[in-house]
Design a protein around this ligand. Structure first.
Ligand code: 13P
Length: 286
């Protein structure tokens, strides 16, 4: 039986072997099985990303507890990461519940404060063997409901060495032209800046805003230093797109309804996971 892996270990292998480990946001227990099943079929390592709001109270046990109990039954490396944390108490609680990685999001803070709090998170996490990711610059974007998330600030290669050294983080999320959510216009990733960052960075690099980013651009980013590729919105849209099929089932099969009603949603999440694993070039790496 295998226990959960750390993000640090997964990304170090990805950096050496030029692929990215896909990270999928899990909003509830329903997400976990299709993600892990497809990752294992594709022989891909995988990171399950959980937001603080999704593990409040008892939800921690339904989601983190579930992941802990099923992960040893899969024959691939799996990590569990708290994503976009801004609250130290939430970070401490997740460390206590066996997360193997936390991402501190200091993008709304001035640079010096981002350094200070990221370093504090490293101090808290390291004694527990928990990896830490922080973000330099800001990947902005839009929620599905259209609400704005921050303002884009591209990562400056000249800040990277100092930031990593001062904080001690294990992985660095960079802003090179992706955005969270669905793009208003086609993105144009700044691969030259990514190359410059990768050339100096002491730690592996992470791409947020994976949804709706053209596959060729993601793969170009992976070939040039991205080692973790985060996906959220496209999984939610995959679920939404399966609803009409679910409704058709309810018309046709009242006898078996309770057995099969979630199947189209499961299939749609699986299809999305398969396509993101292909973009991350992570298939067959286990
Ligand atoms: P998307 O919603 O664009 O996939 O971004 C996900 C993300 O970066 C989570 O950290």
């Amino acid at each position: 039986m295998k226990s959960l892996s750390t993000v640090k270990n997964l990304l170090n292998d990805a950096r050496t072997n030029h692929y990215a480990v896909p990270g999928f946001e899990c909003l509830s227990d329903m997400y976990v099985r299709p993600i892990l099943d497809v990752a294992e079929q594709q022989r891909s390592p995988v990171i399950l990303l959980l937001l603080g709001c999704d593990v409040e109270g008892r939800a921690m046990h339904y989601l983190a507890g579930l992941i802990h109990s099923v992960a040893p039954h899969y024959d691939i490396p799996i990590a569990m990461q708290l994503d976009h944390a801004t609250d130290i108490d939430v970070i401490k609680r997740c460390i206590d519940h066996g997360f193997t990685s936390v991402m501190f999001d200091g993008t709304a803070l001035p640079y010096e404060k981002n350094v200070e709090v990221s370093a504090r998170v490293v101090e808290l996490a390291k004694p527990h063997g928990v990896s830490v990711e922080a973000e330099l610059g800001c990947v902005a974007g839009k929620e599905i409901d259209g609400a704005d998330i921050g303002e884009t600030v591209l990562t400056r290669p000249e800040d990277v060495v100092e930031f990593v050294e001062a904080t001690g983080v294990d992985a660095l999320a960079v802003s090179i032209g992706t955005a969270h959510g669905i793009y208003a216009s086609k993105p144009d990733l700044d691969i030259e800046t990514l190359k410059a960052i990768d050339a100096v960075s002491q730690v592996p690099l992470v791409l947020h805003g994976g949804s709706d980013t053209p596959a060729d651009q993601v793969q170009e980013a992976v070939r040039n230093g991205i080692t973790k590729f985060n996906v959220y919105t496209d999984t939610r849209l995959a679920i939404n797109s399966a609803i009409p099929e679910t409704l058709k089932i309810t018309e046709k099969r009242p006898d078996e309804l309770s057995n099969i009603v979630f199947q189209p949603i499961h299939d749609s999440i699986s299809k999305n996971v398969r396509s993101k694993i292909a973009m991350a070039l992570s298939s067959g790496r286990v």
